[in-house]
Design a protein around this ligand. Structure first.
Ligand SMILES: C[S@@+](CC[C@H](N)C(=O)[O-])C[C@H]1O[C@@H](n2cnc3c(N)ncnc32)[C@H](O)[C@@H]1O
Length: 227
């Protein structure tokens, strides 16, 4: 750090990160409406935020993605960010096991003008992913569903990504509990800790991925590049 430069991350001066979001992670009216209306439509307010949406768009653009898989659609907010990075003949397969979420997502994807590039599959990730193998290999796989399923989804990604393709896992800090061995048995996140650790160990397996890193978003976004 050069003299005079303010510290970043947690020590960022007030307003800096909001300023950067305003510059780089702007949502247009459609994306903002999809995100803001999600709880109004009775769905949980657990989509990625605008900064994470922009990171997804950046990553998909950086690898020239033409074929993407997402596990965990919710209302389609992250799906819209990802699909916007696709060329007109690209495709995003997104998997959602709650039929109500899938229905809202289809509506939102249509209003964003992205229905021709996005297929919403209804069902549990572990059952649907094997049916998508023939559509690959994929350029990017975004995992954002049940945490217990992450090791299985990440392994499927390793088997179905092209060399240089990316796996991206949201909530990798596991709500700040990833490192905790002392969680009370009643903590609903306790069973998710070993699953998220297993997922991250998989990403660190250098026989499968040539580089893995944690993007230090608020929730932690783990990324790895297929060997
Ligand atoms: C965090 S939300 C996804 C948010 C979305 N990626 C976004 O940022 O807009 C997780 C979603 O995964 C779905 N889900 C949970 N378990 C699942 C499973 N086993 N298979 C597929 N989807 C699942 C939930 O119903 C929920 O809609």
């Amino acid at each position: 750090m050069s003299p005079g430069h303010a510290p970043r991350a947690d020590g960022a001066p007030e307003g800096l990160l909001d300023f950067v979001t305003g510059l780089l992670a702007r949502e247009d009216a459609v994306l903002r409406a999809i995100r803001e209306e999600t709880p109004e439509r009775g769905l949980p307010p657990i989509s990625v935020g605008p900064d994470e949406g922009r990171i997804l768009h950046f990553l998909a653009s950086a690898v020239g993605a033409r074929r993407i898989v997402e596990v965990g659609t919710l209302a389609g907010y992250s799906a819209c960010w990802l699909a916007r990075a696709l060329p007109a003949d690209g495709v995003l397969h997104t998997v959602e096991f709650d039929p109500r979420h899938a229905a809202v997502a289809r509506e939102n994807i249509a209003r964003a003008g992205l229905s021709s590039r996005v297929v919403v599959h209804e069902g549990p990730g572990a059952k649907v992913l094997p049916t998508l193998t023939g559509e690959g290999p994929f350029d990017l796989c975004f995992i954002d569903a049940d945490k217990e399923g992450y090791p299985v989804y990440a392994r499927w990604a390793a088997d179905n990504l092209r060399p240089g393709g990316l796996v991206v896992c949201d909530n990798a800090y596991l709500f700040g509990k990833l490192h905790r061995d002392d969680l009370p048995a009643g903590d609903a996140d306790a069973p998710k800790v070993p699953a998220m650790r297993a997922c991250l160990r998989g990403l660190a397996d250098e026989s499968l991925f040539k580089s893995a890193a944690m993007l230090p978003t608020g929730e932690g976004m783990a990324v790895a590049v297929r060997r």
